[in-house]
Every structure is written in structure tokens, then in C-alpha cells.
Write a protein that binds this ligand. Structure first.
Ligand SMILES: Cc1ncc(COP(=O)(O)O)c(C=O)c1O
Length: 380
């Protein structure tokens, strides 16, 4: 490797990053990708500025690939193929911002509702949008408390409702049932409503979970966000937002400088990410996504069983690839890069996680001897 930083610094940095990459179990990031074929594109100043479905005067873009990605997800998420739209974002956080922004433009006087387990990006986005919001309680497993949602909505029936559901919460991978939320809205006779579903991790495999947990457009979602660097895997953080084309018209502004519509959060946009995502989609196809999910689920079941066999309380939500255990020691947290919140630590069995890694981690955990045996569901 040519070392432009000097004194082998670039080489050292690469080795250090590769080493730490090999040792994490706590973050939902796939590491088993190979996009070497796309290396020549690093020599091109690709910029997907503007709306991917419109022409632009900046032609060094991958808009055509981006449109194919959006169509792939629209189909996977049961969107109306005559009325879908979206774009490739910088990640789930931006996708959430876009979904909530769109909802606010459609219903400027709405009240926003989100659960206690909602990802921090949503709370920040609500702050950025400067809209009123109410936090709904969560159940012990991290899923929204439907009764609390119903009671809270009843008190605000005079306002449109924008509800943020999560399909795979960050800590426990709990999944809010979108069709149940729709029923609650109907019961409260709130017809001006919008559901944004944050499916950062699980959106890429939600269609394969059996029995299905309602979360997509057929179940009543108005927009859905998915991270690209999580389940699919990408060297650069990225994501998608999928929504309805009819909603887009509400925010579109013609910008003569770029000869396109300004419909996205960022102006200049990463066009390389679209190449990575499309490469993965072409290589795997729907069946490849499905088998990646089944592999992860099997690994998660194996991990849970092995932990329980050793008296360590481990549990997971239905269809989840995340295993929740009691909070580990600081030493293990650092060693395995584990995410911890309140009393819980989690292990996420991404497609690259192997039995060997799980066995090594469990051995470490047992030797560490800091987790006390328990048989109760810890309060989340
Ligand atoms: C539920 C949930 N939503 C949103 C995000 C943010 O996604 P990103 O890191 O792609 O911005 C995460 C990240 O972990 C998440 O767990």
C-alpha cells in the first residue's frame, strides 16, 4: 500500500481497523461484503444531487441504479407499484428525518407520538422539526404499549396524529404492530394520520419473519426507513426511505441550478452507496436476503440456547436476531464492543457471526462470572 500519511501510518490504520472489526458482537453491522469490483468507481466524482426520479444537469450520477434500489424495496415492502417513491439516504437517521418531515408537511398541526424505546435519531429529528410530541410507554419487551397509545390518542382526537412505529428497537429488537396501530387510530376516529415505520435493521428481512409481524405498506405504513449498512452491509453508512409518490408532490421544489426537483434532505448525495446497495441486491436477490436472515436467526437461537444452558438469562423477541442478556462487565463490554442500556446488554447475530465467535464470547462471559443467574425478565 502506498503510504501517503508517511511512516506506514496508513498501513497501521488499516490493520487496526481490521482487527477491531473482527471483534464485535454488539452492533447491527454486517461485515461480510466484498465490493472490490466497484473500486474503479472511486476515481469518479459521483453525486446523486436532486430527485432520483427526475433528470438533472449533473450527469455523473447513479440515479438509474438508485431508482432500481427504490423499486426493489417498494416491492419487498408491499408498496403500491403505481405510487411509490424514495431515495438512498446517508442512513436510517436521515431516513427517519425525511419520513417525519414529510408527515409534518402533510399535517402541519399534528401531534407526534413515539415510544420510549424509539431510537435517539427520532427524538432529535422531532426537536429539529420543532413539532409537539408525546412519548408513549413501552412494554417490558420494548414494544409500544398499545393501551397507553390508545388512551393518549383519545385525549388528542382534535389533532391529526403522526405515529412513529419501530420495527426492531435498538436494544431488544421489539417490533411494533402497524396494523394494530391503524386499528387504534380507527377506533379513536382519527382519520388525518400518518405512520412512519423505523425499520433500520429489521426492514431488510421483515418480510421473511414467520408469522409475519405487520409493518409494511400493506399493513398501513406511510413511509418506511431502512439502513443499508446494517443487515445488507456497506463500507459507507447508507439507508433508504420509501414512501408514496403522491406525498412527494407536497414537498417538491424546482431548482433551476441543478435542473431537478429538490425533494431530498441533502443537496449533494452519495452516489457510491447506491452502487454498493445495488451490487448486494443483484448478488443476493430476494432469496439471498431470506437465507441470510435464516442463517442469522439460527445463530441467534443457538446463542440463546447455549447461554441458557449455562444459567445465563437470555431472551429474544419473536423473529429477532438480537439476544438480550443481563448487563455485562465493563471489561467484556469493551472487548466485544457490546451495546448496553439500563440492565441489558445485547448480542446481535448478524449474518457474519459464527458459532466459533459465539462460543468464545460465552466462554469469556462464564469466566468473567459477573452476571448473576436470574430467571426473570429484566425491566427494560
Ligand atoms: C431502531 C433504529 N433506528 C434508527 C437507527 C439509526 O440508523 P443509522 O445508524 O443508519 O443512522 C438505528 C441505529 O442503530 C436504530 O437501531
Amino acid at each position: 500500500m502506498r503510504d501517503i500519511f508517511g511512516e506506514k501510518k496508513l498501513q497501521n490504520l488499516k490493520e487496526k481497523l481490521s482487527q477491531v472489526r473482527n471483534k464485535f458482537l454488539g452492533y447491527p453491522v454486517s461485515k461480510d461484503f466484498d465490493y472490490e469490483e466497484l473500486n474503479p468507481f472511486l476515481k469518479l466524482p459521483i453525486n446523486n444531487i436532486g430527485d432520483p426520479f427526475e433528470d438533472s444537469t449533473y450527469k455523473v450520477n447513479t440515479h438509474d441504479v438508485e431508482r432500481k434500489i427504490i423499486r426493489f424495496f417498494a416491492r419487498l415492502l408491499n408498496a403500491d407499484l403505481e405510487n411509490y417513491w424514495g431515495y438512498v439516504t446517508n442512513g436510517g437517521s436521515e431516513s427517519n428525518l425525511f419520513g417525519l418531515y414529510l408527515a409534518r408537511e402533510l399535517y402541519p398541526n399534528a401531534m407526534f407520538y413515539y415510544s420510549e424505546s424509539t431510537h435517539y435519531s427520532v427524538k432529535k429529528n422531532i426537536h429539529l422539526l420543532n413539532v409537539p410530541s408525546i412519548t408513549i410507554r413501552t412494554q417490558k419487551n420494548g414494544e409500544i404499549d398499545y393501551k397507553d397509545l390508545e388512551n393518549t390518542l383519545k385525549l388528542n382526537r382534535d389533532r391529526p396524529a403522526i405515529i412513529l412505529t419501530t420495527f426492531g428497537t435498538t436494544m431488544t429488537e421489539a417490533k411494533d404492530d402497524v396494523s394494530r396501530v391503524r386499528k387504534i387510530l380507527k377506533k379513536a376516529a382519527i382519520y388525518d394520520s400518518y405512520i412512519h415505520c423505523d425499520a433500520a435493521l429489521a426492514g431488510a428481512y421483515g418480510s421473511f419473519i414467520q408469522p409475519k409481524i405487520p409493518f409494511d405498506f400493506a399493513d398501513g405504513a406511510d413511509s418506511i426507513s431502512i439502513s443499508g449498512h446494517k443487515f445488507i452491509g456497506s463500507p459507507i453508512p447508507c439507508g433508504v426511505i420509501i414512501t408514496k409518490r403522491s406525498y412527494r408532490e407536497r414537498i417538491a421544489k424546482q431548482i433551476s441550478y441543478i435542473g431537478s426537483l429538490d425533494t431530498t434532505i441533502s443537496g449533494s448525495r452519495n452516489g457510491h452507496s447506491s452502487l454498493f446497495l445495488w451490487h448486494a441486491i443483484k448478488k443476493l436477490g430476494v432469496s439471498g436476503f431470506q437465507s441470510r436472515y435464516h442463517r442469522s436467526l439460527e445463530m441467534a437461537e443457538y446463542c440463546k440456547k447455549e447461554l441458557l444452558n449455562r444459567g445465563i438469562y437470555a431472551w429474544s423477541n419473536p423473529g429477532a436476531i438480537t439476544i438480550v442478556i443481563p448487563k455485562t462487565s465493563e471489561r467484556l463490554k469493551t472487548k466485544w464492543q457490546l451495546a448496553t442500556e439500563l440492565n441489558n446488554t445485547h448480542i446481535i447475530c448478524m449474518p457474519n457471526v459464527t458459532k466459533k465467535q459465539i462460543n468464545k464470547f460465552i466462554k469469556d462471559l462464564v469466566e468473567d462470572n459477573t452476571i448473576k443467574p436470574t430467571n426473570t425478565l429484566l425491566n427494560y
